[in-house]
Ligand binder design. Structure first.
Ligand SMILES: Cc1ncc(COP(=O)(O)O)c(C=O)c1O
Length: 484
């Protein structure tokens, strides 16, 4: 039979062929990430597995880079962490991602390059837009979040900036949870307003508060799953229901919990963002970020006129296509191939590291309570106000962050100075235990009132448990606490 594929006539054996079989014949690596137009009609993703093409049919295939994951269906978390986004077809049989440390990719003819640019032929053109090593990271994170695809970015802040500006424009509003990382608070409170996107805030556990903050201009809801450093647990299920009713997407920053503790898709979220700098990478050696579309939101619904042209062309991949082909490309916030490689390596052990991080944090939280800290906030403690919500949402583990108040800024400083194992630095999610005095560092630029509202009290120390032997950590923390 004769098919017209992307404008070119091709001979295929037989009188009809299923689309999955056609993709196999054409060696398409991630068929789930291909947008298919059959005789002028855009197919839904769910239609593709059973679609059949016949003699004379016209097919338009658009390739999206950063989706799929080339895994057996139903693979479980640790299997995905190891195998999703693995290189295939490498001529030397490489099992880990080769680092394509090059800025651009040559193609055999001007026509071929034009087709790759248009997305009608699979390939990469320029590493600001996509890169083979970075694409493997995108596949891995999309698989772990059970998303339809992902775009990796130069940092977590870039992921948040691009996700928001990929949805909202000048004159629009967003509603965000209050318990936010300082950088995100500054972005929503200062930088985005300069571009005409303004934020209203509600308590992250207060779904009704989100509902009250909605206006006709609201274009998205945003929460941090577990706020840094205030450690408020967001009511993702409740806020997702408000988002659904309002017809806007819910974007969840899942950095502090990772897909190991919670998959926001199961709670009704639409988009996940990560600072991969933290637990995904896990070793404190590469800054990065990722945006994942969970495939639940209808971007062509009319509420987002800027996204309509993408919805017409890319169907369910409209949002990611806009991110890849517009905001990510234009702001230039691309991830370096080397950082993607380091993050790919880190993710392979995420499922082994997270339980130890969480268990160590629980042990340290208990030791701080017993050692006489003025107050200890840890979602795993029965005294934590949203303990039941955190237990339900995070599958019985509570993350690795603890906020301890020690009575004064001086005592907080002396405590940090007295620690031997914990490193005093501005990061979370490292194999090493980390401590920070947020009020004098990340939050120093905010007025006192704002600082306290964000959970950065003057006597507060943020602790982020590593994966060392818990007995050594408890000894170190108990000794330091006893000396302040
Ligand atoms: C919850 C959360 N989101 C986003 C970010 C920003 O990530 P990055 O530093 O990779 O830009 C951070 C950084 O600490 C964070 O803790």
């Amino acid at each position: 039979m004769r098919l017209i594929i992307n404008g070119r006539q091709e001979e295929i054996e037989g009188t009809e062929i299923g689309l999955p079989e056609l993709f196999r014949l054409r060696k398409v690596r991630n068929p789930e990430a291909v947008t298919v137009e059959l005789n002028g009609r855009l197919l839904k993703r769910a239609e593709i597995p059973s679609a059949v093409v016949r003699d004379g049919d016209r097919l338009e295939l658009l390739y999206f880079i950063g989706g799929g994951g080339a895994l057996p269906p139903g693979a479980r978390f640790d299997t995905k962490a190891v195998h999703a986004g693995a290189p295939d077809g490498d001529r030397f049989g490489a099992t880990v991602a080769p680092v394509y440390q090059c800025s651009s990719f040559a193609h055999e003819s001007p026509a071929a390059l034009a087709e790759v640019f248009a997305g009608r032929r699979f390939g990469h053109v320029y590493s600001r837009i996509s890169n083979p090593t970075v694409a493997l990271l995108e596949e891995k994170v999309a698989a772990l979040e059970d998303g339809i695809g992902a775009v990796a970015c130069s940092s977590g802040m870039a992921a948040i900036t691009l996700a928001v500006t990929g949805i909202a424009s000048c004159g629009d509003e967003i509603v965000s949870g209050r318990g936010l990382f300082g950088g995100t608070h500054a972005l929503f409170g200062r930088t985005l307003p300069r571009l005409g996107i303004t934020a209203r805030f509600a308590g992250s556990a207060d779904a009704d508060g989100f509902s009250r903050a909605l206006t006709a201009r609201t274009k998205l809801l945003f929460v941090e799953a577990l706020g840094n450093p205030g450690l408020e647990t967001a009511d993702i299920g409740g806020i997702a229901r408000i988002a659904r009713r309002a017809g806007v997407p819910l974007v969840v920053d899942s950095t502090a919990v990772t897909p190991f503790l919670m998959r926001p898709k199961e709670w009704g979220a639409d988009v996940v963002v990560h600072s991969s700098t933290k637990y995904l990478n896990g070793h404190g050696n590469a800054v990065g970020g990722v945006i994942v579309d969970l495939g639940a939101f209808d971007w062509g619904g009319g509420m987002f006129p800027d996204l309509s042209p993408y919805a017409e062309r890319y169907g369910e991949l409209a949002f990611l296509a806009r991110i890849r082909r517009e905001v990510h490309r234009d702001f230039g916030a691309c991830l370096s191939p080397m950082n993607a490689f380091l993050t790919l390596m880190g993710i392979e052990t995420l499922g082994l590291r997270m339980p130890r991080h969480c268990d160590n944090a629980a042990a340290l939280a208990r030791a701080l309570v017993e050692g006489g800290a003025v107050s200890v906030t840890y979602p795993g403690l029965p005294s934590y106000p949203q303990h039941a919500l955190a237990a339900r949402q995070f599958g019985g583990r509570f993350g690795a962050m603890i906020a301890a108040r020690l009575g004064s800024r001086d005592r907080a400083f002396r405590f940090i100075e007295g620690l031997v194992l914990a490193r005093n630095l501005a990061n979370i999610g490292d194999t090493r235990t980390l401590v920070l005095h947020p009020a004098s560092t990340i939050y120093a630029e905010f007025p006192e009132e704002e600082r306290r509202a964000l959970g950065a009290a003057p006597d507060l120390v943020r602790i982020c448990a590593g994966i060392e032997d818990p007995a050594d950590l408890v000894e170190d923390f108990t000794r330091a606490l006893g000396r302040i």
